[in-house]
Design a binder for this molecule. Structure first.
Ligand code: B16
Ligand code: MG
Length: 217
C-alpha cells in the first residue's frame, strides 16, 4: 500500500511563524496592547480571521466589521513585505533532504496549510515542484483543528486518510491530523506537541530509516 505525505508549511518547511508574529505584534501594539511569543503559540496553524479574533480577545477590544476587515488587510500587507524578501536560505534544516528522499521513493506529497500565501512562499524558496498537490487556506472553509485541509490533501493524492502521514508544528494541526486518522508527526517542542504520535525537534532528527518505515506503512 502507498503512504501519502502531507506537510504543513509555516513552522515545518519555513519559519514564517516569526513573520506572522511580527505582523500581529505590530497590530496589537498599534491597538495599545502587547502580544507575546508565548501567546503566539496558539496562533500557529490558525487561519487569518480566527487569529485576529483571538488577538482582539487578548487585547479585550471590540471593533466594527469594517475595521476588522481593514486590520486583516494591513496585517497581510506587512506579512507580504516579509515574505517578499524570502529565499531558499530560509528553508528549515534537512527539509530538502526529506522531500528528495520521498520523491526518490515515489511517495505522493501534498501541502496542507492554513495559509492563503502558501504557493508564493513555496515559489520563493523554490520547493513548489516537490508537491503533487497544494491544499491551502484558499481551498478550505474550516480551519485547523478541523481535519478538512488534510482530508482534502489525502483525497487529492488519492490515498486513504489512514495511510497519510502529517508533519505539523502546531497544536491545532496535530489535532487536525489526529481527527483525520492520520499519523501525526510533530516538528518542535515535545511538551507543546504531546498529542502527536511522534515528535522531533526538527528534520535533522528524523533518520532515513524512520522515513523508510513510514513509506513502507
Ligand atoms: P495567511 P500553516 C498558518 O500556516 C500559520 O501557521 C498561521 O499562523 C497563519 O495565521 C495561517 O497560516 C494563515 O496564514 O495569513 O498567510 O493566510 O502553519 O497552516 O502552514
Ligand atoms: Mg504550521
Amino acid at each position: 500500500s502507498t503512504q501519502g505525505f502531507i506537510f504543513d508549511l509555516d513552522g515545518v518547511i519555513v519559519d514564517t511563524a516569526k513573520y506572522h508574529y511580527l505582523a500581529w505584534k505590530n497590530l496589537a501594539n498599534n491597538l495599545g496592547f502587547d502580544f507575546t511569543e508565548e501567546q503566539n503559540e496558539l496562533f500557529k496553524g490558525v487561519s487569518r480571521v480566527e487569529s485576529l479574533k483571538l488577538l482582539l480577545e487578548i487585547g479585550d477590544k471590540t471593533i466594527s466589521q469594517e475595521e476588522f476587515n481593514q486590520l486583516l488587510i494591513s496585517k497581510n500587507e506587512e506579512y507580504l513585505e516579509y515574505i517578499e524578501k524570502m529565499d531558499a536560505s530560509e528553508i528549515l534544516p534537512d527539509v530538502p533532504k526529506v522531500l528528495m528522499h520521498l520523491k526518490d521513493e515515489k511517495a505522493p506529497i501534498a501541502l496542507g496549510s492554513a495559509s492563503k500565501n502558501a504557493t508564493p512562499i513555496l515559489e520563493k524558496v523554490q520547493l513548489l515542484s516537490y508537491f503533487d498537490t497544494i491544499v491551502d487556506g484558499n481551498d478550505v472553509t474550516k480551519a485547523k483543528p478541523d481535519p478538512e485541509v488534510f482530508l482534502l490533501g489525502a483525497q487529492q493524492l488519492n490515498i486513504p486518510a489512514e495511510q497519510c502521514i502529517v508533519f505539523e508544528d502546531s497544536i491545532a494541526g496535530i489535532q487536525a491530523a489526529n481527527k483525520a486518522n492520520m499519523i501525526s508527526i510533530g516538528i518542535g517542542d515535545a511538551k507543546v506537541l504531546h498529542e502527536a504520535d511522534h515528535v522531533f525537534d526538527d528534520f535533522t532528527k528524523i533518520s532515513i530509516q524512520f522515513l523508510n518505515k513510514l513509506i513502507a506503512g
